[in-house]
Design a protein around this ligand. Structure first.
Ligand code: NAP
Ligand code: MG
Length: 404
């Protein structure tokens, strides 16, 4: 087709697992290939190929992302003991997202997609809450041990000159136990702070940040101090001009305030808080499948994905030949986010325009009352119709065609 939208530069395409892998192909076949002459560098992050390549493919895909600047990723299995058996894995490979985030050293921003007819479980949340998750370190890069009764466990730090500093973790005199070592880097925390403050200026929203600095007087307190220093030195005046604020509090106070708020701000979270709170916030807004997610590195590299997993339960139904009604919105918005960003960076407005229209067609489909089962159970729209996975995408395409 001569009039397909052209791309100047490829984007990095990271394929994934289970039901989202099925959806991935449907999205491309039904909604992208007919309109865009897609240029992508393809990496298969499906668990089988990760295992075959000893997980090298994950590292390669992250490096390609650094090179091209934009990636779109499908949900992937993070193996546990059951998966090692199911896929006969050589090893319990690490979370691909963890590996990619460690290489890009970025910040993940998650924002719910709001549609008419779906009221958040917290009805006062009339504006989206964007969660910014620090995507480096803490328990995602930890070292753990199970220790035997009678062990004495210490933290040992050896400096450049070979001097040792020791600190007792615990003397396991009377019981077996567990220990873990975690770390973070000042530079990563500072770039996390900058990403959040930059994103806040872009979107004209306040930034909230919280840790447990009263209990963790060195580790968490360092996060608090670095945020304050970066804000004071680089952002205070810009924030005043933009009429937005930076607000710090304790994590438990933050949770209480978030529940009472109207939304409309960026909630900066440490890695684990962001992992947990993003699922809570997504569920409260309606469905995990309506949560967009983008990893932004300090040097402006973008990786788009859905916030949810591979929807394993639906996949097993699909394998049995049953129709599923799996929501593809977040995966679809990962694609539109990546295509729009590619268009912005390459100065190809056609591509940005296509991404806008595809998003509009998606929202229109749901607001017209055509939706997947997860949304149908939440939507207050009258005469709604629950459709299967593929029909939903075909319905979006029917509306997209009219807009093109
Ligand atoms: P999940 O895939 O997010 O699904 C959990 C449940 O949420 C589903 O069973 C389904 O509920 C509902 N759901 C999630 N996404 C949906 C969608 N698009 N449409 C409709 N319903 C949806 O989480 P999981 O089952 O705990 O994890 C499965 C695998 O995903 C795991 O191997 C995990 O490692 C991986 N994972 C990957 C990522 C990532 O790559 N970013 C993130 C999280 C998890 P019902 O069954 O009630 O319909
Ligand atoms: Mg999570």
């Amino acid at each position: 087709m001569a009039d397909k939208i052209q791309m100047k530069t490829p984007l990095v395409e990271m394929d994934g697992d289970e039901m989202t892998r099925i959806i991935w192909k449907m999205i491309k076949d039904i909604l992208i290939y007919p309109y865009v002459d897609l240029k992508s560098e393809y990496y298969d992050l499906g668990l089988e190929y990760r295992d075959q390549t000893n997980d090298q493919v994950t590292v390669d895909s992250a490096k390609a992302t650094l090179k091209y600047g934009v990636a779109v990723k499908c949900a992937t299995i993070t193996p546990n003991a059951a998966r090692v058996e199911e896929y006969n894995l050589k090893e319990m490979w690490k979370s691909p997202n963890g590996t990619i985030r460690a290489i890009l050293d970025g910040t993940v921003f998650r924002t719910p997609i709001i549609v008419k007819g779906i009221t958040p479980f917290i009805p006062t949340w009339t504006k989206p809450i964007t969660i910014a998750r620090h995507a480096y370190g803490d328990i995602y890069k930890n070292t753990e041990m199970q220790v035997k009764k009678g062990s004495k466990c210490e933290l040992v730090c050896t400096d450049e000159s070979g001097n040792e500093t020791r600190s007792l973790i615990y003397d396991f005199a009377d019981s077996d136990g567990i220990i873990q070592g975690v770390h973070n880097k000042d530079a990563s925390i500072a770039s996390f702070a900058r990403s959040c403050f930059n994103f806040a200026l872009d979107t004209k929203q306040d930034v909230w940040f919280a840790t447990k600095d009263t209990i963790s007087k060195k580790y968490d307190h360092r996060f608090k101090d670095i945020f304050a220093e970066v804000f004071e030195a680089e952002y205070k005046e810009k924030f005043e001009k933009a009429g937005i604020e930076y607000f710090y509090t304790l994590i438990d106070d933050a949770v209480a305030r978030v529940v009472r708020s109207n939304g409309g701000y960026i909630w900066a979270c440490k890695n684990y808080d962001g992992d947990v709170m993003s699922d809570m916030v997504a569920t409260a807004y309606g469905s995990l499948a309506m949560m967009t997610s983008v990893l932004v590195s300090p040097d402006g590299v973008y990786e788009y994905e859905a916030a949810h997993g591979t929807v394993q339960r639906h996949y097993y139904k699909h394998l049995k030949g049953e129709k599923t009604s799996t929501n593809s919105v977040a995966t679809l918005f990962a694609w539109t986010g990546a295509l729009r960003k590619r268009g912005e960076l390459d100065n190809t407005p056609d591509l940005c325009d296509f991404a806008d229209k595809l998003e509009k067609a998606t929202i229109k489909t749901i607001e017209d009352g055509v939706m997947t089962g997860d949304l149908a159970s939440l939507s207050t729209i009258e005469n709604k119709r629950t459709v299967d996975t593929e029909t939903f995408l075909v319905e979006i395409n029917n509306r997209l065609k009219e807009m093109m």
